[in-house]
Design a protein around this ligand. Structure first.
Ligand SMILES: Cc1cc2nc3c(=O)[nH]c(=O)nc-3n(C[C@H](O)[C@H](O)[C@H](O)COP(=O)(O)OP(=O)(O)OC[C@H]3O[C@@H](n4cnc5c(N)ncnc54)[C@H](O)[C@@H]3O)c2cc1C
Length: 380
């Protein structure tokens, strides 16, 4: 079967990253999950080792590498069996906003820190009363006396505790059309009026610092506008494509780990004095899941190539996000079922992935929203 066109450099990068994660991340994830937090220092370690923001061009201190390196980071992070260190969110979702829409001065100011891990980033769209329907957001950004004054609350913001910089979506209250009112702003941690709330206790992704953010007469310079005023909606829609593709890749990578572990388990676990894999019911379940993961991977590989060639694959990316996240959840449920009572224990390595993958059908745009996008492309 065709795989992605990895070169020797890609493979060397993967092996270096795997080694790094094996020594710096995997031994600590159980503790991080208990702490409901990753240490800030791990971001710096990742950055200094060259594993953050790999696509940022050399002129800003980056490596200028292609998207396949981002795919590799995502796949290797999935192998660590935790979702706290959301490297892909920082490197391949938030930082690209600065890279694509930032002024030269903004890029020079922030990108080197994003690359070496001194700056951790977050993107803040969701509000207590506004999720899928971004147009209904109420956080306001008003120009007063040459500054922008922000008021409102954001919630469920990943990297919300550690973030040093937030890409914030907010509305100009004077603009009537919601789609033309939204702009993106860079807000630095420590700006008066910007406060981080408590961590949100979640069902899964327990070591990920997901938090509320509060803006109370928070004044930022007008120059912190990111891109064109009023273009925020379009900017978000464009950047959500790569986010959805990465969520699909992560879902399939997690499902792959769960299935591989379960296959090994079933080879050795006995049922009626025989390995479970001798049972036709078990074999068929494993075969069906293997087939689905191969189908999903083939689709994703195609999509990655199209994405790298800048093709418009909006509908296909939505298909991948919804289908892969649903399949990953099915795999998670079926694997847990096969393992039986042992899967009820935290000692079972797939339990955490079962919990963590659940949210994949919801974030980055719910699967229902994905289906609406696909329906539109089919002119339904
Ligand atoms: C762990 C985690 C991390 C997150 N990280 C971030 C982050 O970093 N930044 C950020 O801004 N947000 C983040 N979010 C928020 C996430 O993006 C939202 O949860 C998501 O957009 C869905 O919004 P909602 O939860 O408000 O659901 P709602 O929009 O309230 O939807 C509720 C239900 O209604 C359905 N629905 C809504 N509209 C339609 C429609 N038009 N047609 C059909 N069905 C519809 C949905 O599919 C869903 O089933 C995160 C969420 C979680 C759980």
């Amino acid at each position: 079967m065709k795989t992605l066109p990895y070169t020797e450099s890609h493979l060397a990068f993967r092996s270096r990253l795997r080694q790094f994660l094996k020594s710096e991340v995997t031994p600590h994830v159980d503790q991080w999950e208990k702490d409901h937090m990753i240490p800030r220092e791990i971001w710096r370690k990742m950055g200094r080792a060259g594993f953050l923001c790999t696509s940022v061009p050399e002129e800003y201190g980056g490596l200028g590498l292609d998207f396949l390196y981002s795919v590799i980071v995502n796949q290797e992070m999935a192998r660590t069996n935790h979702a706290g260190l959301m490297a892909y969110l920082h490197s391949d979702i938030v930082v690209p906003y600065i890279l694509s829409y930032g002024l030269e001065v903004q890029k020079k100011k922030y990108l080197p820190g994003c690359i070496n891990g001194d700056i951790v980033t977050a993107v803040a769209m969701t509000e207590p009363d506004s999720g899928s329907d971004l147009a209904s957001m109420s956080t306001s950004a008003e120009e007063i006396d040459g500054q922008v004054v922000i008021n409102g609350n954001k919630t469920f913001i990943s990297n919300g505790f550690h973030c040093d910089l937030v890409i914030l979506a907010a509305k100009d209250p004077l603009v009537k059309s919601p789609h033309k009112a939204v702009s993106l702003y860079i807000v630095e941690d420590g700006t008066p009026g910007f406060k981080k709330g408590n961590l949100i206790e979640k069902m899964g992704m327990r070591s990920q610092d997901t938090a509320e953010l509060f803006f109370n007469d928070c004044r930022i310079p007008k120059d912190n506008l990111l891109g064109q005023k009023g273009a925020g909606f379009v900017q978000l829609m464009k950047k959500l494509q790569q986010e959805r593709l990465l969520v699909a890749i992560l879902a399939v990578s997690m499902a792959r780990n769960m299935l591989d572990w379960t296959v090994e388990y079933c080879r050795h676990a006995l049922q009626n004095q025989e390995p479970m894999t001798k049972s036709q019911a078990t074999r068929f379940a494993l075969v069906e899941m293997e087939t689905e993961l191969k189908v999903g991977t083939a689709f994703l590989n195609d999509l990655v190539m199209a994405h790298m060639e800048n093709e418009d694959v909006t509908a296909e990316t939505s298909m991948a996000k919804y289908w892969c996240s649903e399949k990953a959840n099915e795999v998670a449920n079926r694997c847990l079922e096969l393992v039986g009572r042992k899967s009820a224990s935290e000692d079972c390595p797939i339990v955490r992935m079962w919990r963590d993958v659940r949210i994949h059908t919801i974030f980055a745009g719910t699967n229902e929203i994905m289906k609406n996008i696909i329906a539109k492309s089919m002119k339904l």
